[in-house]
Ligand binder design. Sequence first.
Ligand SMILES: [Zn+2]
Length: 295
Amino acid sequence: MELIDNRCLCGAEDSRVLFPERIDWSQVSAYEFSARRRRRVQHYRLLRCNACGLVRSDPVLSDADLAALYRGSQFLYQQESGFAARTYAALVTRYLALLPAAGQVRLVEIGCGNGAFLEEMLGRGVHTLGGVEPSVQAVAHASERVRSAIVNRCFCPGLFSPETFDVVCAFHVLDHLRAPGEFVRECFRILRKRGIMVLICHDVDALVNRVSGEYSPVFDVEHIFLFNSATLRSVAESCGFILRGEGRVRNTYPLSYWLRYAPIVQGFAGRLPLPIQRIPVTMYAGNIYLCAQKE
Ligand SMILES: [Zn+2]
């Protein structure tokens, strides 16, 4: 595996080190690039840009290494995917009113995993669905209703024709990319006039992450850029988008899911009676969203 330099999106060179690299390279495998895996504290050197405040990993693995790791990543979140899908679908549905009234809605999700969100959107006035997902295993877990709509590969410029979609969604994708600016520009290109982009990512400056420091799950070998609401807005606006909405995401998951991230009670969670483990709990978990429109 090969490490390459990673500059800030704003081009400034002046940064400060948040944490030095903490990676056991002999342990880095596709498993470490699987969402919702059992986590160890493992991250690249982390820097914060003194000019724009964006947090980034530097140096990072090359594009070819990352593509191979995500392609081989495991699908470990069947149960949680339905919960996340309903949260995301409720958010996106709120913004469908921004689209031109007449016409059929064409939506694509980049990084769609097993397509749970796409399925959720089937019943919400969306006419045509598309998905892009690099993980072979995740796509194999997609239901018959959406699998044929998913392209099993990494998203890249030119994959779709210009002005193909009315809605482009990417949830917890932007932080994993080597070139998030290029990604957002490509979202702009494939959207039709007045189309919307909805992004969700970690908020590096959320209270929960500031308190946890290096032990926060956001400081992870999977994450290359880490945004806050200001840097997320900036990347969207620099690509020509008009901001239509932003805020914190309220996530709903079973109690057992939340307890996995609580260091002290982690081991105890599995011993709770199943009906208690399955109780849905809604809270802010340090995630932010942004909705922006192409005029
Ligand atoms: Zn910067």
